[in-house]
Design a binder for this molecule. Structure first.
Ligand code: SF4
Length: 233
């Protein structure tokens, strides 16, 4: 996103600058997650990310921006929420491009769960966001939805179909998630030990979890689940 920000202001990134920024970000992330990564591996990771950033320039939807082809476009931060009926909706597209009389709302992903329906519905929420964001038309027919996902070798570009059923289903998914969150909040209020909260399905999620130190699974997910089983929870 930093790169798009600079691209918007016509600032070019040199090879050296790309390497320096990626190295700074990687060092910061390692520190944040208390990870030790040796220099050779770090170099490999930086090169891999740099390669991916370069190939982003060849994607059909974003390539024209890097080639400075005439487009009206804007970039957004993910915390730019809109309020819909008292709900703060964080479903910001990363980039919005106006071309051939329509806005393409684009989400960039470094990893994907695949082609799961829930992911498609989450992406459809971008449309609810845009329809309620000042500066965009309040007309569904004025939009296209696009995702650009890195699959370790190349960027996969997808067009998400827009139809009334999908729009409604995406909003229902959001309402369902809100209900789940309020249920979790009630659980925490009733039992501050967090023992009634659901645990992760897989230990992998715990490895980089920022809440691990205060979680019942701080000494291992398996052990936490066994303890709960013994307590009959
Ligand atoms: S450490 Fe706890 S909160 Fe974090 S992913 Fe594992 S179970 Fe969930």
């Amino acid at each position: 996103m930093e790169r798009f920000e600079d691209l918007y202001q016509s600032k070019a990134w040199s090879e050296d600058y790309v390497h320096r920024r990626l190295s700074e970000i990687l060092t910061h992330e390692c520190w944040l997650h208390r990870l030790q990564v040796d220099q050779t591996k770090q170099k490999g990771m930086i090169q891999a990310v740099h390669g991916a950033m370069e190939s982003l320039k060849r994607t059909r939807v974003l390539g024209p921006l890097f080639r400075h082809e005439p487009r009206r476009w804007a970039y957004f931060q993910r915390f730019d929420a809109v309020n819909i009926g008292g709900i703060s909706l964080y479903a910001t597209p990363d980039i919005a491009i106006f071309h051939q009389n329509k806005w393409s709302l684009v989400r960039i992903r470094w990893a994907s769960k695949g082609e799961e329906q829930s992911e498609v519905l989450e992406d459809t929420l971008m449309l609810h966001w845009a329809l309620n964001h000042p500066g965009f038309p309040n007309d569904v027919s004025m939009f296209r939805l696009r995702t650009v996902t890195w699959n370790k070798r190349s960027w996969i570009e997808r067009a998400i179909e827009i139809n009334p059923t999908q729009l409604e289903a995406s909003w229902s998914l959001l309402e369902h998630d809100l209900q789940e969150m309020s249920w979790i909040r009630r659980c925490i209020a009733a039992d501050p030990s967090f023992d009634s909260l659901p645990l992760a399905q897989n230990e992998q999620h715990c490895r980089t979890c920022k809440h691990k130190q205060t979680c019942p699974a701080k000494n291992g997910l398996f052990e936490a689940k066994q303890r709960r089983r013994r307590k009959g929870q």
